[in-house]
Design a protein around this ligand. Sequence first.
Ligand code: SF4
Length: 369
Amino acid sequence: MSDSSALSDLSSLTRPELERWFARQGEKPFRGRQVFRWLHARNAASFEEMTDLSRALRARLPELAWLSAPAILEERQAGDGTRKYRFGLRDGLQVEGVYMPEERRRTLCVSTQVGCAQGCRFCATGTMGLTRSLSAGEIAGQLEAVSRRLAAEGLARPVTNVVFMGMGEPLANLEAVAAAVDILLDDFGPKLSRRHVTVSTVGLVPQMEEFVHRVPAKLAVSLNASSDEVRDSIMPVNRRYPLAELMRCCRNLPEQHARVTFEYVLLGGVNDSLADARALVALLAGFPCKINLIPYNPCPGLPYERPEERRVVEFGDLLAERQLSVFVRKSRGVELGAACGQLLTQARRGTPGGCAPRSPRPDEPPSPG
Ligand code: SF4
């Protein structure tokens, strides 16, 4: 393998960047478009596959550039069709992704970092710490690897929606996430609708303000508490950006982001009481938003429990009675340990999985936890 640090990672370039890169090599800019289409629409994994490039150019490209897209190392499939993937990166590190097929959409949850620095107490990935952020090519490449795998099984357009809710905090890797979104929406690439790409954040306020002005994807905020006291105890980020500051940011988002989706993981005995629900109603009063309630599935080694079913129903009913738009997620791929970080932490600990992403209701945009 060449020393990739001296070469250009073509997988991470947006189409205009790729056209300019080819122009700098003395090639026609449309070569950039061709290569972009090979990488992101036809899901090519090597320059050799790009058969409408000249043989000479295909031979020259590996001397100038490399491709950072990940490879699938492991795939597990659950009875409900959910598939969990373990991806290998070129430097030997690994991340995870989860594929959730449903009647009207097929959603892929992608990772944006190896590990995570946010340290949410209920999250398996949060126990790993941050190793490094992914490049745009490594993020978009998770879609390409899965699409290639599923297309080989005869599925046309196997992924319709992408959510950035896997390992890592996407807004802590904003440059690469912005480029990856550009790639996913490009007419010469996967051509996803901007309404079908959702980026989740724990609430990094300055990055949220930057995101909404430069990234044409939807934003979801992982809220998980209605008081600073509880949020401080489960999400260290709240000490930097307390609820008042986070909500002020959400209320001032530009029009196209005005209807925020809030994710609320219900942790048994921690944030799932009716008092918590009432406080949530007060926090969101008069604010156009959607709330996704996500009953927690216990993760081995983490001190949190699944809420009682009765609590989930009562919590959701109270929000609905107060005219809030609320959806309760159903679990997906529980037997896979399908939540972010579970496959890798299982591999380390030799433990079975617990947490799982939830599938959206048929009338809701996807947004697994
Ligand atoms: S929930 Fe998301 S932001 Fe929090 S530690 Fe896990 S991966 Fe990081």
